[in-house]
Design a binder for this molecule. Structure first.
Ligand SMILES: [Zn+2]
Length: 260
C-alpha cells in the first residue's frame, strides 16, 4: 500500500441503500480502496445519525450532520437541537449538506431558505465548517451566503458557471469537484478548476452519485476518486502525487483545523 497515493474523500454517502451489499469493506478498510479516509455527509436526521454511528465504529471515517434541501419536509420542530446533540462526537467535522435545490424541490423555496439560514446559524454557533448544496438556485444561494458570511464553507459538487465560481471564491468559499469534472461536456467545470486557486480546491466522490469517466452512469464508490484526481493533475499540469498531497492538505485544513 502506497500511503502517498491515498486520497481523502471529502464527501460520500455510504448510508445510501446502494451500498447495502458492500459498504462494510469501504468503511472498514478504505485504504485498500485508494482512500485515506472519508466524510460521510448527512442529508437528513437519519443519515446524520448513521454517519455518527459509522464514525464511532470505523477509524478512518468522519461525518457531517445536516438536512439537505430536498429532505426538509416533516422536520420535527426541535431538529436543530437533535443535530446539535450529534456534534458532541468529535468526529463530526462539518454541518451539511445544507442549501437550496430548486431542481428537485421547486415548490418550497421559502421553506428551503429558512432551513438553510437556520443551519448556517447552527454552524456558526458550533464553529464548524459548512458543506453547501446548490442546484438551480444561484441567486438565492449567493444572497444567503453573503448575509450569513460563514467563516469556512465549500460549495460541493460545483456545477455552475465560472462567473458564479468567481463570486463564491471572492466570498472566501472553497469549491468541491466530483466526477462531473471528467465528463466530455463539462468544459465549464474544467475552466472553473483553472480559475480556482489550488488551495481552495477540494475533491469528492459524492458517491453513490457522480461516477467519473470511464464509469459514468455506474454506482460511484471510493475506488473511482483516483480518476477525478488524475483529471485535476492533468488540468493543473502537476504530477499526480503532488496533486493528491495538496488536495489532502486542503481537506485537512478545511475540516480539521480550528476556525479562528
Ligand atoms: Zn452529497
Amino acid at each position: 500500500m502506497n500511503l502517498q497515493s491515498l486520497i481523502f474523500d471529502t464527501h460520500a454517502h455510504y448510508d445510501d441503500k446502494r451500498f447495502d451489499q458492500d459498504r462494510e469493506k469501504f468503511l472498514s478498510t478504505p485504504q485498500s480502496h485508494g482512500i485515506l479516509g472519508l466524510i460521510n455527509v448527512g442529508t437528513d436526521l437519519g443519515s446524520s445519525q448513521t454517519g455518527v454511528f459509522y464514525a464511532k465504529k470505523y477509524k478512518h471515517i468522519y461525518c457531517s450532520i445536516g438536512v439537505h434541501p430536498i429532505c426538509i419536509n416533516n422536520l420535527p420542530s426541535n431538529y436543530l437541537s437533535i443535530l446539535e446533540n450529534l456534534t458532541h462526537n468529535k468526529k463530526v467535522v462539518a454541518v451539511g449538506e445544507i442549501g437550496l435545490d430548486y431542481h428537485y424541490n421547486p415548490h418550497s423555496k421559502e421553506e428551503q431558505m429558512k432551513r438553510f439560514e437556520e443551519q448556517l446559524e447552527l454552524a456558526a454557533k458550533l464553529n464548524l465548517p459548512i458543506i453547501i448544496h446548490s442546484r438551480d438556485s444561484v441567486k438565492n444561494t449567493l444572497d444567503i451566503i453573503k448575509n450569513a458570511h460563514p467563516k469556512r464553507f465549500v460549495v460541493h459538487c460545483f456545477s455552475y458557471d465560472p462567473e458564479t465560481a468567481a463570486k463564491i471564491l471572492e466570498m472566501g468559499g472553497f469549491l468541491g469537484f466530483t466526477g462531473i469534472l471528467t465528463f466530455k461536456n463539462s468544459k465549464h467545470i474544467r475552466e472553473t478548476l483553472q480559475l480556482t486557486p489550488f488551495e481552495k480546491t477540494l475533491i469528492e466522490t459524492d458517491c453513490p452519485y457522480m461516477a467519473p469517466e470511464p464509469f459514468r452512469g455506474e454506482r460511484c464508490d471510493s475506488r473511482m476518486l483516483i480518476s477525478v484526481a488524475s483529471t485535476i493533475a492533468k488540468q493543473k499540469q502537476l504530477p499526480l502525487k503532488k496533486t493528491i498531497t495538496t488536495l489532502n492538505e486542503n481537506a485537512r485544513k478545511f475540516f480539521f483545523e480550528a476556525i479562528k
